[in-house]
Design a protein. Sequence first.
Lengths: 624, 480
Amino acid sequence: MDITWLLFLLPIASAAIGWLLLNKQHTLAAYLSTASVIATFVISVSMLLAGKDTQASFNWASVGDFHVKIGFMADQMARGMMIVVTGVGMLVHVFSLPYMKKDAAKARYFACLSLFMFSMTGIVLSDNFLMTFMFWELVGLSSYLLIGHWYQKESAADAAKKAFLTNRIGDFGFMIGILMIWGIAGSVSFAGIADWASHVGTLTPLMTATLGAATLCIFCGAIGKSAQMPLHVWLPDAMEGPTPVSALIHAATMVAAGIFMMVRFFTCFETGEAHGAPEADHAAVSLIPSFAWTTIAVIGIVTSLAAAFMATQQDDIKKILAYSTLSQLGYMVMAVGLQGSEASMFHLYTHAWFKALLFLGSGAVIYACHHEQNIWKMGGLLKKMPITAITFLIATLALAGFPMTAGFFSKEQILHVANHQGGMLFFIPTVLVAILTTFYMFRLVFVVFFGKNRSENAEHAHEVGPLMFIPLIALTVMAVIAGYEGIAGQMAPLFHHEKVNFGSIEFLSSIGAFIVGLVLAFVFYFNKDEDKLSGNVLSKVFANKFYIDEFYAKLVRVFQDAVAAVVHFFDEILIGGILVGGLSRSAAGFGALFRRLHSGNLQGYATLFGAGALLIIYLTVFVF
Amino acid sequence: MLLALVFIPIAAAIAIWAGSPARLTAIVAGIINLVLGLIAASSWLTNPEIGSVTYSVLSKPDIALSFSLYDGMSVVMLLLSVIVLAAAVFSGQCPAGREKLWYSNTLLIAAGAIGAFLSDDLFFFYAFHELALIPTFILIGTLGRRNRKAAAWKITIYLAFGSMVLLAGLLWLVSATEVSSLSFDTLLAASIPGEAQKGIAALLLIGFGTLISLFPFHSWAAPAYASAPAPVAMLHAGVLKKFGLYGLIRLFPLVSEGMQHWLIVLIVLLLGNIIWVGFVTLNQKRLDTMLGNSSVMHMGYVFLAIAALIAAGGEGNSLAIPAAVTLMFAHGVSIALLFALADKVEKQTGTLELQELGGLASKAPTLAFFFGLAGMASIGLPGLANFSGEILVFLSGFANYDPAKGFGPVQIATIIALWGVVISAVYMLRAFRQTFQGPEASSVKSAKNLSLLELAPIGLLTLALLAVGLYPNLILQLLK
């Protein structure tokens, strides 16, 4: 048996054992789950070092010649992604040990983390769309369970439900897309689709349009999972879950699954490289019509920009990071849409490290401040918890794309793609997002870590223990070094080295954006006790997320609930009353007749009905 | 062996009337049947003739009391019946002093269902189903909840109507084939002229359709299941309702041309099940009527596979029947589990009004776990049986899709039907949220967790959902 199967077996076994058998021995369940993730990390590293593509599968559902397969395809992209998933996963598990120490349902928490590791592994290693879809739903389940970990709280229960349902809407499109691709390419496996793409030649206009539509349907799945507009509303609410969960699932890995899946899909069409004929590359890529590409890119940049604006006026530390995640995911989606898969995957990879660090850092802050999440009730924490503060600052620099951090290299590539493949229409908003990113992140840093303590909780805060700061330090190392060619060349999925050109417009705007953002944040927020920018109309619009949630709530009320009520009404009146009422009245008349003739109670009628029916059959059959 | 599967429940029912301890007898019969059913199914793979018996009843026309495992579909339905029966005899809260009525009738429903699925003679196929309906009516009418009389009347009238239309269709079918025997072998070897097929197909669709709660003949189902004692709801929604689907698929080859005429009608009606009833389900304020409506809604997906089969015509669609049968099994097990669990919720809290419930998971975590699992199964979570069925149904909808020609009616229906997956997630998560999550409502203050004995039937049904969900080939290998 291939050792890769252990990547599936270990987490699912520890989830099942932890939840079902160890729900009284909480600590044991936590250690079991942590041990399993460490083992999967070691296996992933060994696979990375071996550098060999492996593959295996079995038939999960077979009807005649048709098979749905479950298996794995550990190519370079999957192996790199596994390092991110198990690496961040491992650190989050360790961080959770003290963070969730006093939680009454610790066993369930760790079991769900293991369930998540299992599901995410399935997405990364999947070799076909149906398997991807199955594990896609399962990460949705683990996300639902973990967001709703404190289900006794109304807000957590509602947020969990919202996340699941919003994702379901995306998956509605995703499934249609898979079915269409199956019809078009005759296969749901990535190899099968690639094979079709390299042999199909030119397509008729109808086929091209159908393929474009199928691409966009598949992209719906990514819109849901990676929280792109218009389905982004679940991610900020998902911050109701425990903070380590936000770090792992809602920042580093699961939300990136949408990008991973789209890149998987598009690489099926880059047949040139696989067959050593680069000139065939473009012919295959152009199978997918440009309207599909453009739509994806536009959704990405719009999400990125809108989320960045929203982030500037949030006061909850986790909400700021959540909108920042939305915004960065928008970057990646835009890059995918501009046919820059490598840049997108590179940013996914670096972002995973420093965004996980930011969330874990915020977790440490929240933990130290007794579950205070409002940044205006913190302040001056640099002196109270220096390790957390410094690691957080480094992660902020990485997110802002400060030169020589990991984020700098990947942001360069994003800017490059925006400029060269998108043009000014994409490049200008991309730079604007970069300015806003630096601005809202330093707003957070200045308010939380500098100035004076603004609450009792902040005054009493002190540095967290080693099990919490060791993961922070490990992630800080990655946030700095992950982007260099020596490291990224080994680990980053689909890494494509691009030398930084220090005279280019991308570099200059990146530096410019950093400086502008930093100066603005300094002017408005350094050593300030209140938000000078809040209170006006614009800030209200940002703080209320452009009122999109309210709009949806209304939409749901008007359409879904009203339609349900109307349908219910008609169901009673029309179908229950008139259509079938006539029938039941005549039948009831029959019944009354029988009642008069016979015993009159229900049992009598029922018996009679049965006997009568039998008699009728006997007689009629005899006649023939 | 097949004879025993039918007559053990009947014998047990008679024994109960004769004075043997009701609950114990029923449980023993249920377990023996489960074991026998599993043995029969696994031996069928190597010996398809296993346990076949034939007793001639009439010679002109040839009618025989004849049991066999006719094909994989019969095997799967047998498995479904014995699994749900074994769980049903454990479930529900029988009022004191009514044990005889409760348990004997429960057994008779199962006997009727098993008899119908094992009969390979059209006459007994029909007759056994009628036999199963009578105890269903009786139990709902006498031991049901809330407005049981009205619900019992409604289901009786509807199903009597359905059965009559069906009977007319079957008689026409038999006369049109001009054969002298009612065995499936003889019937299915015959052919029916095109003109007659059209009419027969319509009668079968309405007749079977009413029994399956096809829109708009569905409104009997939700109130009946809501009033029915738990074992009746489990056996009817879980098992007996599949009789109609089984019959449609069984007789389909005889009227495949005739069905073509009704393809669009059927598609509209099945979307009525999925979308219309889906919205009706969204509007339910009680857990039991919500589950009843959801069961109606999910029938639409099985009809979708049948529509795909019809639309394929001569081309054939090898996915459709395995898809339909897998989903029939999955739906049967999951709805039985949900009704069993809803009964526990009522037992612990005294109410099924969603408004009055809340936070039950804190008091009864095991109950919440299994309800969550069953709910996830019913909304098609991968790893649980319903997904295996649904994904095959959707694939069967696209099996004959030709992108060069664009979408046909079945593809459009599949896409609309997929929206139902969103609808069912909304009502199921809403109900789970309302019942189990949030702060504790006053109704749950004294609620207790599931006991070990209560766990037995629930565990059995859960195991079945997991087995087919994790590895659908378990079922599919029977359906080659």
